[in-house]
Ligand binder design. Sequence first.
Ligand SMILES: Cc1ncc(COP(=O)(O)O)c(C=O)c1O
Length: 377
Amino acid sequence: MIANKVVIDLGALRHNFFEIKRLVGAEVRIVAVVKSDAYGHGLIPVARVLETAGADCFGVFELNEALELREAGCRLPILIMMGIAPEEASAVVENGLTAAVFQYGIAEKLSEAALKHGTIAPVHVKVDTGMTRLGVPAERTVDFVRLLQPLKGIRLEGVFSHLAQADMPDHPFTEEQIRRFSRVFEACKQLGVCTDAVHISNSGALLRGKGVSFGMVRPGILLYGSSPAEGWPAAASFKPVMTFRSRVIQVKKVPAGTSISYGHTYTTRTSAVIATVPVGYDDGYSRAFSNKGYMLVRGKRVPVVGRVCMNLTMLDVSSVKGVSAGDEVVIIGAQGRERITAEEIAKVAGTISYEIYCSIGKSNYRIYKDSEKTFQR
Ligand SMILES: Cc1ncc(COP(=O)(O)O)c(C=O)c1O
């Protein structure tokens, strides 16, 4: 019996996609970010829903993810945001993929591969406007684009950048990055290239309408129903897509003074009822939840006591009547009137909902539901 279930609600995903559309306007195109197994929600089922809903492009991190999408029959443009290694150029061209480009040598390889295959490879130039991660520094981008212009076989379709502080509502550096990006865009217009796909807005930016006028946005976390950080009331209309449930596998009554789990970091002050749940750090439930986390049992919030183990966690269920083996436990989701969100547990663990989704989603058995249909993967 598999006690742990991650349920992915594809209906909620579709809802979130249409919410983004509503926010940015029907004419703004959407690069749906489905990298990292769609933030742990499952690349292929998520992509199928978004393609049908009207996404214009998928944003993945690396070539493998793009190939997986193509093998599953995805026909949309796919942007490989990390860029590619020289030896990957042929696969990119053969599969009609779009590479982020920020090195001349890679553009050359793509050009050669495209000429060999008698095709044209679209590329998006990646600009570093202040994230200091990937991309051509903003002030050097125009020279870089000029250098690429003579290359045959590639089409300078777009230009894009990534924001460093967009999770903070109204952070001034977001404006600064958009200013730097606008200058690059204006120069590209003069050159007559890279103007068909211009994008900088992630979820935080688009919630505030920042960078949306470039005509293309690149959201990730909002698709999955979380806000980029705390303090985003505008994100309230988005629905969490992932829930995580387990079952109690043993209940024991213990006297006062009983110490629990590795290191005996928790000792009961009074007699207590302890429930053991088969969820641990191997299931993406971090050790950081030791003596800090909460789960829901019989509609009540109960604390994690002692250290989270690799596969097991103990809860003090003394305040809940009649808990027994087999009872449902909610780690993320609702039960009765209570709800635990990924954002809430992320805060407890000192991280962000993104990491919670990635680690829980990838480590557990996923079930997909979509209105009446339920299927497994
Ligand atoms: C290059 C790039 N674009 C867009 C996104 C989407 O960001 P968010 O999930 O905050 O919308 C990410 C996510 O990390 C990213 O790395």
